[in-house]
Design a protein around this ligand. Structure first.
Ligand code: NAD
Ligand code: TYD
Length: 342
């Protein structure tokens, strides 16, 4: 029996990961530690909370006393917990530094103190910054451009330092943009799907030609699990599906799959510091035996179907404090887009 501590396990990727592990019906025990911020959602673990293999604890990764209770005896830590939305980091970066940097530092300290034999840091390709041509390698320098990616970079550097200085057996995964069921509707793909389903405008930043290397969430979860089991301590693993797409292409596909009016697409003023392109070379994780299973269009279709069928899940989120955030982030930009037209 392996005892796993999964932080951020009520978020998008973390909950998909936990459910994948529990679906395997092994004897593994999973402790989820999640603060349940606006992005965390206990509904993401519905149907699993009564499992004798799962313990859910609401709490902060920066709470050292709580970690003293949870960490002893743990075989592996997967650190998914983070503030994750670039746009919110532009509005207010403090919580990103507190959780992504300071929280990770506390977790590392406790992993070291309690001699945890493996620590997986779930990081992002955004730490590399933007790349015009080619694909990022794990050895490329870190050049973050947003308060979010800078905070995640701070965490990566601390994780590396704990390995070099204290010999903590760490592994870092840097995945590209994920999409799939249970992603918070603030993010690009679910925002556009749910807005299209509601007949609301789809706010495309800038010229809509920014490129992300999209990966279906299940593919990333399998890769993270593989790195946790077979990766080499001290190493970084890029995880990308090689599905580089322009945002405007995805927006049009979403309109097509939902059957929404193409007039809903609106070009709005750009995000400050908006990275133009992300692309990853994932040969290293492939050498561990991983490959993608879900192509981009299949994954997008599945995702559109999921959001169409699970409207209660996302309406509950969109009707809450999200609407204030939405007005702040998009209200003026959408008005400007209308005035430009008129
Ligand atoms: P998410 O925002 O959906 O979930 C984050 C979870 O962390 C939430 O459940 C939240 O309640 C929890 N959390 C936040 N602060 C916490 C704290 N201080 N203590 C405990 N829990 C806390 O994020 P996600 O998209 O699932 O991303 C998970 C991880 O993967 C993050 O580390 C992110 O940087 C990384 N990542 C995400 C993507 C992506 O496309 N979504 C891509 C690459 C890497
Ligand atoms: P996002 O989901 O925020 O992920 P990230 O910024 O971490 O890559 O955004 C993905 C892309 O979609 C990015 O180029 C910004 C763009 N985007 C829009 O055009 N409109 C939106 O409303 C959002 C949220 C994102």
């Amino acid at each position: 029996m392996r005892k796993m501590l999964v932080t951020g396990g009520a978020g998008f990727i973390g909950s998909n990961f936990v459910k994948m592990i529990l679906d395997r019906k092994s004897s593994n025990r999973v402790i989820v530690l999640d603060k349940l911020t606006y992005a965390g959602n206990i509904d993401n673990l519905r149907g699993y909370l009564s499992s004798p293999h799962l313990d859910f604890v609401r709490g902060d990764i920066g709470n050292a006393q709580l970690l003293d209770l949870l960490v002893p005896g743990v075989d592996i830590i997967y650190n998914f917990a983070a503030e994750t939305h670039v746009d919110r980091s532009i509005l207010e970066g403090g919580s990103f530094v507190r959780t992504d940097v300071m929280g990770t530092f506390t977790l590392l300290q406790k992993a070291l103190e309690h001699k945890v034999p493996r620590f997986v840091q779930v990081s992002t390709d955004e730490v590399y910054g933007s790349i015009e041509k080619g694909r990022f390698l794990e050895t490329d320098p870190i050049m973050p451009n947003s308060p979010y990616s800078a905070s995640k970079s701070g965490a990566d550097l601390l994780v590396r330092a704990f390995h070099k200085t204290y010999g903590l057996p760490v592994l870092i995964t840097r995945s590209s943009n994920n999409y799939g069921p249970f992603q918070h509707p603030e993010k690009f793909i679910p925002l556009f799907i749910t807005n299209a389903l509601e007949g609301k405008e789809l706010p495309l930043y800038g010229d809509g030609r920014n490129v992300r290397d999209w990966i279906f969430v299940d593919d990333n979860c399998r890769a993270i699990d593989l790195v946790g089991r077979r990766g080499k301590p001290g190493e970084v693993y890029n995880i990308g599906a090689g599905a580089e797409k322009e945002n405007r292409y995805i927006a049009r596909k979403i309109l097509e799959f939902t059957g929404a009016d193409s007039g809903l697409l609106k070009f709005v003023s750009d995000r400050p510091g908006h990275d133009r392109r992300y692309a990853l070379n994932s040969a290293k994780v492939k050498a561990l035996g991983w490959k993608t299973r879900t192509s981009f269009l299949k994954g997008l279709e599945k995702t559109v179907r999921w959001y169409s069928k699970n409207q209660r899940w996302w309406k509950k989120i969109k009707e809450g404090s999200f609407s204030e955030y939405y007005d702040r982030m998009y209200g003026e930009r959408l008005d400007q887009a209308k005035n430009r037209k008129g």
